[in-house]
Design a protein around this ligand. Structure first.
Ligand code: AMP
Ligand code: GLY
Length: 423
């Protein structure tokens, strides 16, 4: 089978690593891919948003199976484009990816189908939003409706900050058209957990849990980023919480999407907050998390193609989804200055140390090949993942492996998975 993976981040490198292990796969292509993916796949320089070119390429190479990684192409209908061309493709269609593409849609869905989430209101004009804030409790959370690179959420401590936030989102259009609408919601406190699940439109099967560290600096300080590291499983996501979420969140979400005529096929990412008043949904994403995939997929025992194909064929109920009984930690190596401004183009040394090392992985996020050498090419450069028998061991292994890599301006957090020491 020939497989095309769309995307160029650490998540797609983790997916490619699983695909490369499948006995059913003879050749992998990636568009556009990166320097790490290039060791497993033939990379072709086509933008993830150029659906015509992607489909034409898939036809030319007689691709049997396409996997779409990132949110932007999913929300814009990439899966629909391949389906229309008669090519088997894994991911939600545009009408289902809206669960990530519009926060107003997802909040209204949860309200309509009684899925636990923070109380909220939606607004499509700034005056109404500002009037609402006058009587609101603080802190309060403002969210741009559309995709905003994970940055469209503002937590405001008082009225002044919140007014400035409404201006930023709706009037100054800081996040572009994503701010045409906005959601204002209740501030929740608690532990955050990410749960990814395979879905075939009817059946939903959850993977092992994970937790992201979104802030740039140790101790959850600094700006929000795309994610500075992850660990899996989350010790806070107990069996009891899982049992609650299966019934009250995951199954209800699948049924809700079906009832709306938007069958969800692909990976549903549910961001949860375990609050003192119960577990609630923070957000949905229509894809694997990045860097959640980098700790979840290395622990999956199944052939990823079997599982993805079952999602497309509607036979997921027949899959026995299994994960290793261990743990994984991923530490992101970033360029110093991320997420604001940083230099690129520095040579990366030490990548070869990961070759043939079982239980250690180096997933490329922002790298490229320049004159035969792998150089830094983004804010998040690499994700170093290690497994271990438990979280403490996995964490020690991952930090040991970060020492194998060297590049100018290397920056990382030193407390990824540290919460687990508090146990
Ligand atoms: P989202 O993109 O909706 O997941 O929001 C990004 C981050 O903002 C989340 O991971 C939380 O840390 C925080 N956040 C979002 N919504 C809330 C909320 N209602 N209460 C507290 N924190 C929130
Ligand atoms: N790590 C969070 C996300 O992928 O959206």
């Amino acid at each position: 089978m020939k497989v095309l993976i769309i995307g160029s981040g650490g998540r797609e490198h983790a997916i490619a690593t699983c695909v490369a292990k499948s006995k059913r796969v003879s050749k992998i292509y990636a568009a556009p891919g990166n320097a790490g993916i290039a060791e497993l796949a033939e990379c072709v320089d086509i933008s993830v948003m150029d659906f015509d070119k992607l489909v034409a390429f898939a036809k030319e190479k007689a691709i049997d199976f396409v996997i779409v990684g990132p949110d932007d192409p999913l929300v814009a209908g990439c899966v629909d484009a391949f389906e229309q061309a008669g090519i088997k493709v894994f991911g939600p269609r545009k009408n289902a990816a809206i669960i990530e593409g519009s926060k107003a849609f997802s909040k209204d869905l949860m309200k309509k189908y009684d899925i636990p989430t923070a109380a909220y209101e939606t607004f499509d004009n700034a005056d109404a939003a500002l009037a609402y804030l006058e009587t609101a409790d603080f802190p309060i959370v403002l969210k741009a409706d559309g995709l905003a690179l994970g940055k469209g959420v503002l937590i405001c401590n008082d009225l002044e900050e919140a007014k400035a936030g409404v201006k930023e989102i709706m009037l100054d259009k800081h996040f572009g058209n994503a701010g045409n609408k906005m959601v204002i919601e209740e501030f929740m406190t608690g532990r955050e957990v990410s749960v990814l699940a395979f879905c075939d439109g009817t059946t939903i099967k959850t993977m092992t849990s994970a937790q992201d560290h979104k802030r740039a600096k140790d101790g959850d300080q600094g700006l929000n980023t795309g994610g500075m590291g992850t660990f899996s499983p989350s010790p806070f996501y107990t069996e009891e919480i899982d049992a609650f979420c299966q019934e009250e969140i995951y199954k209800k979400t699948m049924a809700a999407m079906k009832a709306e005529g938007r069958d969800f096929v692909g990976v549903l990412f549910t961001g949860l907050m375990i609050t003192p008043k119960g577990t609630k949904v923070l957000e949905y994403n229509a894809r694997f998390g990045d860097p959640e995939a980098q700790v979840v997929l290395p622990r999956m025992k199944n052939d990823i193609i079997d599982v993805m194909e079952a999602c497309i064929d509607g036979t997921l109920d027949q899959i026995d989804l299994q994960f290793e009984d261990n743990a994984a930690v991923c530490v992101v190596l970033a360029s110093d200055g991320y997420p604001v401004s940083y230099e690129k183009g520095f040579p990366i040394r030490g990548l070869e140390k990961f070759k043939d090392q079982e239980n250690y992985y180096v997933f490329h996020a922002g790298t490229k090949l320049a004159d035969g050498q792998v150089v830094t090419n983004g804010g998040r450069v690499l994700g170093v993942t290690a497994k271990g028998k438990d979280l403490v061991t996995a964490r020690a292994n991952a930090y040991k492996a970060t020492e194998w890599i060297d590049f100018e301006n290397k920056y990382m957090r030193h407390d990824i998975g540290k919460a687990i020491d508090e146990q």
